[in-house]
Design a binder for this molecule. Structure first.
Ligand code: PXG
Ligand code: PLP
Length: 441
């Protein structure tokens, strides 16, 4: 079977996502198999996964329980309609998710990706305000350097100019908080930075400008992943929570990356002790194996919709594949794997080792900042003058040649290995990066 795809003879039909298509197709980098911490390339090399795929394969690759669950479910109930019909495994999975979620987030809406989870959360927020008789609350507040997927709501509240500028006027009524990245003050911080909590007060400025009665929700990533691992300053999220409470604004945490163990706790909410009204997840919910997302809401939000005639649909939203049986089976097996191996709570055991290993790169060529939290790290490189992103991209290519898959964004190397990584493998990964930094221009 594998040989059929090992050496495709034409790469032109597949328009690859977020890829320099022409560069790739000249020198393709093909992965054909994976197990635990490693990929196998088409030419038979082993490459360590330094990024858990795209921040999603938290339990490592091809884990037997998950593989078996998918095989079994595909043979038993492959698909069932999701609207006005149910199947037991979706209810079972929702219950297990709620059991492990931060207290109070008692209901789950299923989607198929982080982007769909974001759209779902924004729509729930707007509709909730309306059913509560606060229909004038239509504004959404995002943040600069935020990533909330690629659909229209997500790019509107997101703060990445390259992902926004091509697509017209986006959603109206959106404003943005400033990002919290203060390199001059917080360079080479270990964990949460000391400076910047006051940036949450910008929300008060936005409230003064628009009036609280027009604002439905604030959406932030507790830790921004895609734009280079931006860790919230100490006290920042607590302040955001307080200001939202003061003005009746919903707080949405986008935990697509931080959810399911990335910070060494099950969710960022557990790490920071700040609870949102809506929590967005995807990726690690099924170990990245089957596309899925899950949006968690409080009972207060859910129950507000459960009014009116009982035969009426309470919330006009849903996807053909919401709660897809095979995705739910993969998700249940994923949660079992996380639990059996204690993967969502590895912080106390491994985060300190990870931090020390990462910060040992201070002083290596080109390194201008290092940031870490849980099992995430960023190594920021000095850009080549006039050629931003080029240095990090050559680091990416060189690392792949050497046997490590890393991820770069701008001139930042982001590392987020599967949560099964051992201390020896951490050393190995960081040594790859060290050698790469010494080898590139
Ligand atoms: N929210 C957040 C916080 C994310 O990180 C999404 C939403 C969208 O999820 P989907 O499943 O629609 O892609 C994400 C996704 C990277 C990288 O290397 C990050 C993501 C996806 C792909 C690459 O930074 N984050
Ligand atoms: N477009 C058309 C024409 C459809 O019929 C549907 C779903 O029925 C969709 C888009 C949405 O697809 P999905 O539910 O998979 O998001």
């Amino acid at each position: 079977m594998l040989n059929r795809v090992n050496a495709p003879n034409d790469l032109s039909a597949f328009w690859m996502p977020f890829t320099s298509n022409r560069q790739f197709k000249q020198t393709p980098r093909m992965l054909v198999a994976a197990k635990d911490m490693h990929y196998t390339t088409a030419d038979g090399r082993q490459v360590m996964d330094g990024t858990a795929g795209l921040w999603c394969v938290n339990a490592g690759h091809c884990r037997p329980k998950i593989v078996e669950a998918i095989q079994h479910q595909a043979a038993e109930l492959d698909y069932a309609p999701a609207f006005q019909m149910g199947h037991p495994i979706a209810f079972e999975f929702a219950n297990r998710l709620v059991d492990m979620a931060p207290v109070g987030l008692n209901h789950v809406f299923f989607t198929n990706s982080g982007s769909e989870s974001v759209e779902t959360a924004l729509k729930i927020a707007l509709a909730y305000q309306r059913v509560k008789g606060q229909g004038a609350r239509t504004r959404l507040i995002g943040r600069e350097r935020g990533y909330h997927g690629v659909n229209f709501g997500g790019i509107s509240v997101g703060g990445i100019v390259g992902n926004r500028k091509m697509f017209g006027t986006l959603l109206t009524g959106v404003d943005h908080l400033p990002h919290t990245h203060l390199p001059a003050k917080n360079q080479f911080t270990r964990g949460e930075p000391e400076h910047g909590a006051e940036l949450a007060d910008e929300l008060e400025r936005i409230v003064t400008l628009h009036d609280a009665s027009t604002i439905a929700a604030v959406i932030v990533e507790p830790v921004s992943g895609s734009t280079g691992v931006l860790i919230p300053p100490k006290g920042y999220l607590q302040k955001l929570r307080q200001i939202c409470d003061k003005h009746g604004i919903l707080l949405i945490f986008d935990e697509v990356i931080t959810g399911f163990g990335r910070l060494g706790t099950p969710f960022a909410t557990d790490y920071f002790g700040v609870k949102p009204d809506i929590m967005i997840t995807a990726k690690g919910v099924t170990n990245g194996v089957i596309p899925m997302g899950a949006v968690f809401v409080t009972s207060e939000i859910h129950d507000a919709f459960m009014t009116g005639p009982e035969h009426m649909i309470e919330f006009a939203h849903g996807y053909t594949y919401s709660g897809n049986p095979i995705a739910c089976a993969a998700g249940l097996a994923t949660l079992e794997t996380y639990k059996e191996e204690g993967l969502l709570e590895r912080g106390p055991e491994i985060a300190g080792y990870w931090e020390d290993a990462l910060h040992s790169l201070k002083g290596e060529p080109h390194v201008i900042d290092i940031r870490n939290i849980g099992l995430v790290g960023a190594i920021e490189l000095e850009p080549i003058a006039g050629e931003p992103t080029k240095r990090a991209f050559s680091a990416f290519l060189k690392a792949f040649e050497r046997g490590a898959l890393i991820r770069t964004t701008g001139d930042i190397i982001a590392l987020s290995p599967p949560l099964i990584i051992s201390k020896t493998q951490i050393d190995e990964l960081i040594d790859h990066v060290r050698e790469v930094l010494r080898a590139i221009d």
